[in-house]
Design a protein around this ligand. Structure first.
Ligand code: TEU
Length: 550
């Protein structure tokens, strides 16, 4: 397996809207990120992934781009961006941007031209179809609910939008669109950007039949009908050949619908497509029959198996990404562990998991201090378009969103979008103004300032674990094997190469567990209880990493 910088990197994801507000308009911004670069560097971060900062009407918080070469006014100017990039590079870090090119905003000039007339030169930049029997071209339902087709009176046709009506899908069949994307990517590389996270890149090639929906379960429809279309690999190989391959950069494709079976087609080292993907096997594993807002309990066995299966699949052939949350999902500690009395131990345990699996770890802002989910009592406090559409659908059904808030508490995207908790002061130190979304009241207990002072804090534990990973390349490249895989509370695994062998033992429960790994010569190196000993009587949410010495 070839060794490269992006395999050895630890990535920190910034959702700029909620990170740090420098001008007190209530929205985070680029100068706010600049203020915090020393903090990010102090964690041991190598790469920052910045969610979209381009011009946008913000129907989906920047995932609807109106101009790919300019910065959103609310976030600052291109000068601010240049200073950010300089500041990142000056600290020996790298910057990965978000590339959102499955769709643009309906306020992009291409779309404004496209919708004008059927013979407009930009018509084919998007996907237009005539209606069928007075209705939309087919019965597809989008990611945020409702038809994927919007009727446009000007030309009496429908356009495709897999997300909101303000996010029309680009037509990748059109070579001019692909050329535009190449030029956008080149523009940012020429500026010195170090890579891209590619939004829903698995969706760019549509199945030309636009056939009737093949099933009811949304995740199955995504995998088999919306994602992994017939030309996706051709398009990615072309982008790679024309632009990506000419720079020393990293790419990670966001891949709803990319299952184990497709993974290597995207990231196989012989494929010349992407370096990594974010698959969603663990993120969507608890989706019930009713879809996103019908969550089931987390199945711990399946959780472990997802990591094991992907490691097995990619080993020696491609590279993985390790993440437990981002701006689209609940807080990882609330979701996969516990935000009750053991929250602190549990956060450290998840950090241990992130830093000891094979694949590049991604930390989402705030997880390094153990930020938790939010539960707003008033539906009007929610801001995410996906949640708002869920409310609208309920209302259309004669239901009161208030009676269904439990689902939003469990799975809604705003859980991860409350402002970063810098201090116990006003608005958690995020802004002096009125924050665009309410701050989590628990910032009085959970905040950076407090954890900076405490040597045993979650924050300082992250610093240690990141350093631990860097000191031990075995944890990056070494082999992986799950131990006593069926254990109901413990996730244990070995990582080894010619130089070293490690055993990681994680107790995912509120109970004490007497674990016997049947391995001897264990030397305790990292742990989340200060008074930990070498035994394997694992206390609640206890995490231990041993070196195996014989
Ligand atoms: O997310 C794509 C995606 O798969 C999500 O829409 C996911 O299905 C959903 O959040 C689950 O509830 C990307 C971005 O990360 C997301 O923020 C955008 O809204 C979306 O694409 C559209 O650009």
């Amino acid at each position: 397996m070839t060794k490269t910088w992006w395999k050895e990197s630890v990535v920190y994801q910034i959702y700029p809207r909620s990170f740090k507000d420098s001008d007190n308009d209530g929205l985070g911004d680029i100068p706010g990120v600049i203020e915090k670069l020393d903090y990010i560097q102090s964690l041991g971060i190598d790469v920052i992934w910045l969610c979209p900062v381009y011009k946008s009407p913000n129907d989906d918080n920047g995932y609807d781009i109106a101009d790919y070469r300019n910065i959103m006014d609310e976030f600052g100017t291109m000068d601010d961006f240049d200073r950010l990039l300089e500041g990142i590079h000056a600290r020996g870090m790298k910057l990965v941007m978000d590339l959102v090119v499955n769709h643009s905003s309906d306020e992009h000039k291409w779309f404004e031209a496209s919708r004008k007339s059927k013979d407009n030169p930009y018509r084919d930049y998007y996907i237009w179809k005539p209606g069928v029997n007075g209705g939309p071209p087919n019965d597809w339902q989008g990611f945020f609910g409702g038809s994927t087709w919007e009727y446009d009176e000007q030309t009496e046709e429908y356009y495709l939008h897999m997300f909101t009506v303000k996010q029309p899908d680009l037509n990748w069949e059109n070579p001019k669109v692909r050329k535009e994307v190449q030029e956008i990517v080149r523009y940012w590389f020429e500026k010195g950007v170090d890579g891209f996270r590619m939004d829903v890149i698995s969706l760019i090639s549509k199945r030309p039949e636009y056939a009737k929906l093949i099933g009811e379960r949304f995740d199955e429809v995504v995998t088999n009908q919306f994602a992994n279309g017939p030309r996706v690999h051709e398009f990615l190989q072309e982008l790679n050949k024309e632009v990506l391959s000419q720079y020393d950069i990293m790419t990670v494709g966001e891949g709803p619908g990319i299952t184990l079976e497709h993974g290597l087609d995207y990231v196989g080292e012989d494929r010349n497509e992407l370096n990594m993907v974010f698959h969603f096997d663990h993120m969507f594993m608890n989706m019930g029959d009713g879809g996103r807002f019908d969550p089931l309990p987390i199945d711990f066995q399946e959780f472990k198996d997802v990591f094991t299966r992907w490691d097995e699949k990619l080993k020696g052939k491609g590279w993985g990404s390790i993440f437990l949350g981002n701006h689209d999902f609940p807080r990882m500690v609330s979701r996969f562990a516990t935000d009750g009395p053991y929250r602190e131990k549990a956060s450290k345990l998840l950090s241990t998991l992130l830093m000891t699996l094979r694949g590049t770890p991604y930390i989402y802002q705030g997880d390094e201090i153990g930020m938790t989910n939010i539960a707003f009592e008033d539906p009007n406090d929610y801001k995410d378009v996906e949640t708002l559409n869920f409310f609208k659908a309920l209302e259309a059904d004669g239901k009161d969103p208030k009676d269904h808030l439990g689902k939003v508490y469990e799975i809604g995207r705003d859980n991860a979008r409350t402002p970063m908790q810098w201090s116990d002061g006003k608005n958690a130190g995020f802004t002096e103004g009125q924050p665009w979304i309410k701050v989590n009241p628990n910032h009085t207990d959970i905040n950076v300032e407090d954890q900076e002072r405490n040597t045993e804090s979650i924050l300082n534990f992250y610093r240690k674990m990141i350093q631990f990973r860097k000191d031990n390349p075995t944890l990056v490249y070494g082999d992986y094997e799950s131990i006593q895989n069926e254990h109901p509370q413990i996730y244990a695994y070995r990582r080894w190469d010619e130089v070293n062998e490690f055993l990681v033992v994680l107790n995912f429960s509120d109970q004490e567990v007497d674990f016997d790994p049947i391995i001897t010569g264990l030397e305790l190196l990292a742990y989340n209880y200060t008074d930990a000993t070498e035994d394997l009587l694992m206390r609640p949410w206890e995490a231990k990493v041993f070196r195996v010495n014989d």
